[in-house]
Design a binder for this molecule. Structure first.
Ligand code: ZN
Length: 284
């Protein structure tokens, strides 16, 4: 085999894996809010209920070949299907490009898959189902044994308190735990305060559990960055949408979707972003 091709094989693997997983994520996005099984039955056209043939179920390509319509009833297929498949493929490939072949890549693709499902479910229904966020917190804590969280907060706190911890696995687990408690707790306090002052739910408790999960996977610094980025994206895109689409100011924005996008960005580029921000002040 020519070496040029061999070099690209892992990239190709992650793109294809992402597209196939993305196809499954579409099933999760459609069925989890309806409380249906994500395993059975096979995919059907939501309009005519005919089973989708395996050759019509190829990620992205089938959508393009069918011109975005069902083979049988010609009803348009949602744009979300190819978009979710393409985004998942892109996120998997980027995860590999950033961390290479380490355990960390498994952690990241698992995290991105969950985030993509939550982003689209919140966009469609304004809910962040517990069946994803709660096991997500547990998964984040469990993965901290396999791949280091490398947040630095546990190391810092333990040395400040006078009993420095050096074991990298213990530090990683503590970073994950601190991330879940601090970020989930922080958003919970914001949600609780908003509710007491305004007497309406401004921030759902789904967002709180989502941030607990982000904290468990990424540690406290990247999760706090996620909250900042998510609020920024929400303010810019959300307010622009309200203005352009002529919605009133009471329109409920999918804040969980913005947090999910921010979490993916923070996982991939957050360390560099925090580094650049710190350098900015060192230069003064
Ligand atoms: Zn159909």
């Amino acid at each position: 085999m020519p070496t040029e091709l061999a070099i690209w094989l892992p990239d190709l693997f992650f793109v294809l894996l992402g597209a196939i997983i993305g196809s499954f994520l579409n099933v999760c996005i459609a069925r989890i809010p309806a409380g249906k099984s994500v395993v059975l039955p096979n995919s059907r056209c939501p309009n005519c209920d005919r089973a989708i043939r395996p050759y019509d179920n190829i990620p992205v390509l089938s959508y393009l070949m069918l011109n975005g319509r069902c083979r049988f009833c010609r009803e348009p297929i949602s744009w979300q299907y190819p978009v979710v498949e393409a985004l998942t493929a892109l996120s998997f490939w980027t995860a590999y490009a950033v961390v290479g072949l380490q355990w960390k890549v498994v952690v990241l693709v698992t995290f991105f898959s969950a985030m993509i499902v939550l982003i689209f479910i919140d966009l469609n229904h304004r809910i962040l189902p517990d069946v994803i966020t709660k096991p997500g917190i547990v998964a984040g804590l469990a993965f901290s044994f396999v791949a280091p969280v490398e947040d630095g907060t546990a190391r810092f706190l333990s040395s400040v308190m006078g009993f420095p911890i050096t074991d990298s696995t213990v530090l990683s687990c503590l970073d994950s735990l601190i991330g879940a408690l601090v970020c989930g707790g922080f958003l919970w306090a914001v949600a609780e305060m908003y509710y007491r002052i305004r007497h309406v739910e401004g921030l759902g408790f789904g967002d709180v559990k989502l941030m607990g999960m982000v904290g468990a996977f990424l540690g406290v610094r990247l999760a706090l960055l996620t909250i900042m980025l998510g609020s920024f994206i929400g303010a810019v895109i959300g307010l622009a949408y309200i203005k352009l689409a002529g919605k009133d100011s009471q329109y409920e924005l999918p804040f969980g979707s913005f947090l999910g996008i921010a979490a993916i960005v923070a996982a991939l580029r957050g360390a560099q972003m925090i580094g650049q921000y710190t350098n900015l002040f060192q230069g003064l």
